[in-house]
Write a protein that binds this ligand. Structure first.
Ligand code: ATP
Ligand code: MG
Length: 796
């Protein structure tokens, strides 16, 4: 191992270094905010690559956001250069989409499946509730989508849910019917919703072990950041990916021409991937999405031979900021005591401010930003956090007026605009001929006289003929509709078919392979241009007198430039690649350029990030803790963790602000200071009053606080295909076998002794000759499968 001067490990403290260099089956790094968890993961990856212990393609690193993934990739590249290409560093969702695109055909999906975002999901559920008149039973879109999402995060499907449900309860029966239709519609549309991406990957791995085995043997090192926020489905996915490949699966891989001998261990299995997870249970803020802190607490039980490393030194913040964070979080029960310390020194006090109104508060933010600028701080080093998106309005107004450049992270709802959804609808319909939602969306956009009655006629034709809505468009002439509308429908059908040929997706539709062209797929921008030109969508917006339409036309043109940029970055990128990127970026965070701007974001988005100066706004009861959390068990504790996350993002200067009145939910109400403010020792905060308040600056608590003390794709070479198999030796090779048990007679019921596992009884035998696999129930070590030929066993 390199000495202290090794640049890869330079400056790491002993615990960090141990974590970066540890080699074993599984490693858990638990530590508070800013202690270098993410940094250690990055160095660990760099170390594995540089030493040749792993190839890039054998590494799977999971981050919480796309932004975090991009940053980690950059840092690894900075440490080891080119050697980093081909690594999978991505979010759970992106990794699963990649796997599903490759493997979808194994379970009846086209690889051009559509990803439904929450808007699509809501539209679909709304339609189903209406069909079933479920609203009369009190079902709402939100209640249904929330419940379906929770179930999927628990890996429950309709059937498994129905088995345990109380069928005497009409609400249960109705919910199951909604869930069933929802599931059926998605699968008929060749679509997955967001939760499916994870759950269906787990399902795929469980249903098709030989598919799972490809990934289990491929990824030798799995690393997960922000592990405290994984939900059950994500946890199951990690377990599937890091499981050993059993000997019979190894044999099947070999039969398929996969050369995996070198990865085999003495029992003929491929050992599980090494797993590193890092997390901080104090930063678990996604319980509402099914995140389960138990995943971190139970890690040691599930991975019994895992090593646990604690990090305690914080490198991010001043002692003042850490003291405030420690004081707040120590009010949560049920947590192991951990005290963060820093060598940075006390630093400046926290600056507090109580505004009369949200505008007043926003003015404070703008004024302080101006001061920070005078002191030489760059805009990019400043962030403003809030609990709810609604709070941005006042902030944005004042920042615009004060000429402060800013950007709202994760809030740019570009992809949710109607015109963008329309245009994407065209692309989706071209990529996925079964995407009915997309087709219905564009059928009459722009208006071509296809009204609800015509749509129904087309849908019933499709149902009668057991075909797709898309095919129904092609069959328009058989429907006996008026000549004008028939021509319009045929025109749309032809346009989509032509675009599909151009995009190279025509061959995907069963029965229409013959229409496909042999030419390579055209660039996405060209496909989009064809659709816009021929549908007239853009021209109609441009010629409209509605001033709003001008902005809409600009947005559509913006999308056109997004496709061009995509093609520049991904010369071989297909339409499906483009749509994947859009779906993932639109739903998660934006890869926004914040190089010259102040960043505005919700506290949830702030996780994992850090800024020189942080403004934490709206520190009021009903916002923080949010009033929705009040009635939930664990709600206030989770909100406290959110506050803790916010505080610990700041490196040097923290501002806490609130307003005495706030307009929310349509009316203006008196706001009360957050209970969490009381938990910060008073001497850490300098309170600066709002203009016109009784006392001059310094020392005094804000009036409201006194008034009421509140209690309490670059394409990597496919390492799986033999032709791309590198010439070098597999790292991690564990085979060295000289043993040959070919002649050993073995039958069910025989007792054997294994050099590692001790004694056991053979409970099953499969395969023949050199491919015999014994399943053995060991007295102490549990059930194992062994490749008889090479396993270190003897018959008793
Ligand atoms: P969070 O819990 O917020 O995700 P984290 O534990 O992942 O935080 P990092 O983001 O990895 O912490 O590190 C926090 C800051 O400390 C970063 O700016 C990082 O560069 C710096 N840092 C980490 N370790 C060291 C070290 N040994 N020496 C100097 N700086 C360090
Ligand atoms: Mg981190």
């Amino acid at each position: 191992r390199g000495g202290a001067e090794d640049p890869l490990f330079a400056g790491l403290n002993p615990q960090q270094r141990e974590a970066a260099e540890y080699r074993g089956e599984s490693l858990l790094i638990v530590a508070g905010a800013g202690s270098g968890k993410t940094s250690v993961l990055t160095r660990r990856i760099a170390g594995l690559l540089r030493s040749g212990e792993a190839w890039p393609s054998q590494i799977l690193a999971i981050t919480f956001t796309n932004k975090a993934a991009a940053e980690m990739r950059e840092r690894v590249e900075a440490l080891v250069g080119q050697a980093a290409e081909g690594m999978w560093i991505s979010t759970f969702h992106s990794a699963c989409v990649r796997i599903l695109r490759r493997e979808a055909e194994n379970f009846g999906y086209l690889k051009s499946f559509t990803i439904y975002d929450s808007g699509d999901q809501r539209a679909l559920i709304k339609r189903i509730i209406k069909q079933l008149e479920a609203d009369t039973l009190g079902f709402t879109v939100s209640s249904v989508s929330g419940k379906i999402s929770n179930l999927k995060n628990e890996l429950a499907d309709v059937d498994s849910y129905a088995r345990t449900a109380n069928m005497d309860d009409p609400n249960e029966v109705m919910f199951i019917e909604i869930f069933r239709r929802y599931t059926a519609t998605l699968s008929a549309a060749n679509a997955f919703d967001f939760d499916d991406l994870i759950a269906q990957t787990v399902y795929l791995f469980r249903a098709f072990p030989h598919v799972a085995a490809l990934y289990q043997r491929r990824f030798r090192h799995v690393l997960v950041d922000e592990y405290q926020d994984t939900n059950h489905a994500q946890y199951a996915l990690v377990r599937e990916l890091t499981r050993p490949v059993e000997p019979d699966e190894v044999l099947r891989l070999e039969e398929q021409g996969q050369h995996v001998e070198r990865l085999r261990d003495v029992n003929g299995a491929i050992p599980g991937a090494s797993l590193t997870v890092v997390g901080d249970s104090d930063q678990s803020i996604y319980a509402f999405r099914g995140a389960d802190i138990r995943n971190i607490i139970e890690f040691e039980r599930d991975f019994p031979r895992s090593k646990v490393i604690l990090l305690e030194q914080n490198y991010r913040s001043t002692q003042t900021i850490l003291d405030a964070a420690n004081a707040v979080i120590s009010n949560n029960f049920d947590r192991p005591e951990k005290k963060l310390w820093t060598a940075v020194g006390a630093g400046e006090k926290i600056l507090g401010y109580t505004g009369y109104s949200a505008h007043d508060e926003a003015q404070f933010v703008a004024d302080e930003i101006a001061k920070l600028r005078e002191d030489g701080m760059a805009y990019k080093d400043i962030a403003v956090f809030y609990r709810t998106n609604a709070q941005t309005r006042a902030l944005e107004e004042i920042l615009i007026r004060s000429a402060v450049p800013y950007r709202v992270l994760g809030g740019t709802k570009f992809y949710e605009r109607a015109e963008i959804k329309d245009v994407l609808g065209y692309l989706l319909a071209v990529a996925n001929p079964f995407d009915e939602l997309a087709l219905r969306r564009i059928m009459n956009a722009p208006k071509r006289g296809i009204g609800p009655a015509t749509e129904t006629a087309l849908a019933s034709h499709a149902e009668r003929e057991q075909t797709s809505l898309r095919q129904a468009l092609r069959d328009a002439r058989q429907l006996g509709l008026g000549p004008k509308v028939t021509t319009a429908i045929e025109g749309l059908a032809e346009l989509l078919d032509e675009a599909a040929v151009l995009a190279g997706t025509a061959a995907l539709e069963p029965g229409r392979e013959a229409t496909a062209s042999a030419a390579p797929p055209a660039p996405v921008a060209q496909v989009l241009q064809l659709l816009l030109d021929r549908s007239g969508y853009l021209e109609i917006l441009r010629n409209s007198r509605d001033p709003q339409d001008e902005a809409r036309a600009e947005n559509v043109e913006e999308l056109l430039s997004v496709t061009k940029e995509f093609q520049r970055n991904n010369p071989d990128g297909t339409l499906v690649d483009f749509l994947t990127e859009v779906a993932l970026v639109a739903a998660a965070d934006e890869l926004d350029d914040t190089s010259g701007t102040v960043s505005l974001m919700t506290l949830h988005t702030a996780k994992g990030l850090e800024y020189e100066a942080v403004f934490l706004t709206g520190v009021e009861e009903d916002l923080l803790p949010h009033r929705m959390s009040a009635g939930e068990p664990g709600g206030p504790a989770e909100e406290r963790r959110l506050f803790y996350v916010g505080i610990t993002r700041a490196r040097k200067k923290l501002h806490l602000s609130l307003a005495m009145t706030r307009s929310q939910y349509g009316d203006t109400s008196v706001a009360m200071p957050s209970r969490y403010l009381q938990e910060i020792p008073a001497d850490l905060i300098d309170w600066k009053q709002s203009p016109g308040m009784a006392t001059s600056r310094g020392g005094t608590q804000p009036r409201a606080l006194n008034a009421r003390r509140v209690g309490g794709s670059t394409r990597e070479p496919d390492a799986l295909s033999p032709s791309n198999r590198p010439k070098r030796e597999w790292p991690n090779a564990v085979t060295n076998q000289v043993r040959d048990n070919s002649a050993l007679e073995l039958a069910v019921g025989d007792r054997i002794r294994h050099s590692d596992f001790g004694e056991g009884r053979v409970s099953g035998m499969t395969g023949e000759g050199a491919k015999r696999v014994a399943e053995v129930q060991f007295d102490a070590a549990g059930r194992k499968k062994l490749l008889v030929k090479i396993a270190p066993i003897e018959k008793l």
